[in-house]
Each structure stands twice: as structure tokens, then as C-alpha cells.
Write a protein that binds this ligand. Structure first.
Ligand code: MG
Length: 350
């Protein structure tokens, strides 16, 4: 009888294990809702150098951004989300994770200005930027200090004060790139955006003669062709181009090409794989066309965004930990797709 009982117990146990496995697999988190190809090994691992050591101080040469070897440098990385809403990811662990696991060589601190941002809480929002900049310096990656504002020309005094402070603090660090005007609205380049950009350039240049300044252009930083006909004065000045693949396609690439042909350098400080709303379908085909264009023209980019907001441009699913160390099934379709692009094309640094 004993043996029979043991056999029955084993049968029941086996059935339970089988059943439980099925139950677990049916309730498990789906990794990503897209086909996941194998990530190719990068061409070269640079294990004895950081990205900033390797490329050096950036400068503008014609319509390209170049490093210490005077050859064009193309950076690929991630933008953080509005600091007042996603400040939880503005920390050194995330910057290090983005470098180590995503092969990011640039990050963008998107310091909110309105809607509870810097104008309301200057010290708190600035501290988030400092945390990311210090982490970027410690990890040898480039960092864009973004005045994330649609009405920056209405906040000229505050912006100039902020950028002077940043230039005094970080002007000797080759990591730092300034972005004084995220996305101007549909306003005049000549009478509104350009005078603002020039004032901030001149303010920064009193304390930092050389770090890159990437200037916003009208129509949510799409009118680079207009800026190219009436350029800013100064050295190491480039212009911001923003796109969202579901909305902005060949006609915007044509505008960008026209700007390049007129001789200005561009940097995509922000783009999304989705509609311009930040939501909608992740358009991998159109984003791939953009990647081809950006690679051909050696244009650096940051993807929008490191956030766990429930919208398709966010790279992380809701509740993804604040300290990095993310599993693949915590990355959204967009997050996984963009990370794969970086892992397959960026060099891996120490
Ligand atoms: Mg400098």
C-alpha cells in the first residue's frame, strides 16, 4: 500500500508541476510584441577608453560634428522625459545602465521649464540636471543640457541665468552640450527664435568658448532649412532637428538635406518612433528610413524617451525600476527597437 501511495503522490505531484508551469507561462509578462532578431556583436569593443576620451571635445566643421581626429562623429543615445514628471530616472545608476547595457554614448537631460518645472522649482529641477550631468561625466558619455520649453523666448532672463551657471560649472568638460530651446512653436525664426538663440549663445560664450551649442528652430525644431538661410553667429553652433516617424517622413528629410546642403550642422536631440503626439503605432519601417538618412549624414541622435508613461514612445513599461538593471521584458516595443539600433551600431566603451 505504501508503494502505491507513493506512486499516486508522484503522479499527483507531476501533474501539479505540469499544470503550474502552464499556468505560469500563460500569465507571464510577454517579452516584447515584436520579432526580436539577434543583436550583432559591435564591430569593436573599446575597453580602455570612454566615449568622451575616444571622440574628444566636439566641434562643428562645415555641416558635420567632428571629434579630436577631425572625422565626423555620430552619437546615439537616449533623452530623458520631462524632468518634473519623470525625475525618478534622473540618476547615476540609469546613466551607467544606459551606457553599459544600451551602449548609449550620449544622454539628454530634458529640464522642464513650465508646468511645474524650473520656473516654479528652480533648485529642484536644476538638481536633476546636475545629477545626470555629473553621472555622464563619471561614465564618460556626452550629455545634452536641454532647456525643455516651448516658450523659451518668453523666459530669456531665466534661461540666460541658467546657462551661464551651467557654462561656469561645466564649460571645461568636453562631455557637455547645451540646448537652449527645445521646441519653438510656429513663430518667426528671424524675429523671435534667432534673437533668443543668439543671446543665449553670447551668454554661454562669456564662460565657455567652445562646447557645442545646439539651437532650436521654429515649428517644433523642424525649420532647419529656414535657419540655414539666416545663421547664428559663433563657433561650434549646430541646429536641432526633431522628428516623429509616424508623422514626419520624406518631406522633413528633404528639409534637413536642404539645410545640410546650405552648410549647417544638425543634431537630432529628440525623435520618436511614433506619431508626433508621442503615441500611436511604433513605425519601425519609417524609423529605419530615418536611421539610414541619419547614418548617411552622420547626424547624432537621442530617442524620446526614458519614461514608463503609458504611451508608445516611452521606452519602458509602467513600473520599471528607477535604478536601471532592466530586463528585456520591461522594455516597450520602441525601447527594445531603439536599444537594438544602438547595440548594433555604437561602439562599446568601458
Ligand atoms: Mg569648453
Amino acid at each position: 500500500m505504501k508503494n502505491v501511495n507513493i506512486i499516486i503522490a508522484i503522479v499527483i505531484l507531476s501533474f501539479s508541476i505540469t499544470f503550474c508551469k502552464k499556468t505560469n507561462s500563460s500569465t507571464a509578462v510577454t517579452p516584447v510584441d515584436t520579432v526580436i532578431p539577434v543583436v550583432p556583436t559591435p564591430e569593436k569593443d573599446i575597453t580602455n577608453s570612454s566615449a568622451v576620451d575616444y571622440y574628444g571635445p566636439l566641434k562643428v566643421a562645415g555641416n558635420r560634428i567632428t571629434g579630436k581626429a577631425d572625422s565626423a562623429v555620430q552619437l546615439r543615445g537616449m533623452s530623458f522625459f520631462w524632468s518634473q514628471w519623470m525625475g525618478k530616472y534622473y540618476n547615476t545608476n540609469v546613466v551607467k545602465w544606459l551606457k553599459d547595457d544600451w551602449y548609449c554614448n550620449v544622454v539628454r537631460a530634458a529640464m522642464a521649464v513650465e508646468e511645474g518645472g524650473y520656473l516654479t522649482n528652480p533648485d529642484m529641477e536644476k538638481q536633476k540636471v546636475l545629477d545626470v550631468v555629473d553621472a555622464a561625466i563619471a561614465n564618460g558619455v556626452y550629455v545634452i543640457i536641454d532647456w525643455h520649453d516651448h516658450h523659451a523666448s518668453d523666459h530669456l532672463q531665466q534661461s540666460a541665468k541658467f546657462f551661464v551657471e551651467m557654462a561656469k560649472k561645466y564649460g571645461d568638460k568636453p562631455n557637455v552640450i547645451y540646448e537652449p530651446f527645445n521646441e519653438p512653436l510656429q513663430v518667426s525664426w528671424k524675429s523671435i527664435v534667432k534673437p533668443y538663440d543668439q543671446t543665449i549663445i553670447d551668454s554661454i560664450r562669456k564662460y565657455d568658448p567652445d562646447n557645442l551649442i545646439i539651437c532650436g528652430t521654429p515649428t517644433w525644431s523642424q525649420d532647419v532649412d529656414i535657419a540655414a538661410t539666416d545663421t547664428l553667429v559663433g563657433s561650434n553652433i549646430a541646429y536641432t532637428l526633431h522628428f516623429y516617424s509616424g508623422t514626419h517622413k520624406q518631406s522633413l528629410r528633404d528639409k534637413a538635406k536642404a539645410a545640410l546642403d546650405k552648410g549647417i550642422a544638425l543634431l537630432v536631440t529628440e525623435y520618436g518612433t511614433t506619431d508626433a503626439t508621442g503615441n500611436g503605432v511604433v513605425n519601425q519601417d519609417e524609423t529605419s528610413l530615418w536611421y539610414k538618412f541619419l547614418d548617411t549624414n552622420k547626424i547624432s541622435w537621442c530617442n524620446w524617451s526614458i519614461a514608463d508613461k503609458n504611451e508608445s514612445s516611452a521606452a519602458l513599461y509602467a513600473g520599471t525600476p528607477e535604478m536601471g538593471n532592466w530586463a528585456n521584458n520591461q522594455l516597450t516595443t520602441s525601447g527594445y527597437f531603439v536599444r537594438q539600433e544602438m547595440k548594433s551600431k555604437n561602439l562599446r566603451f568601458k
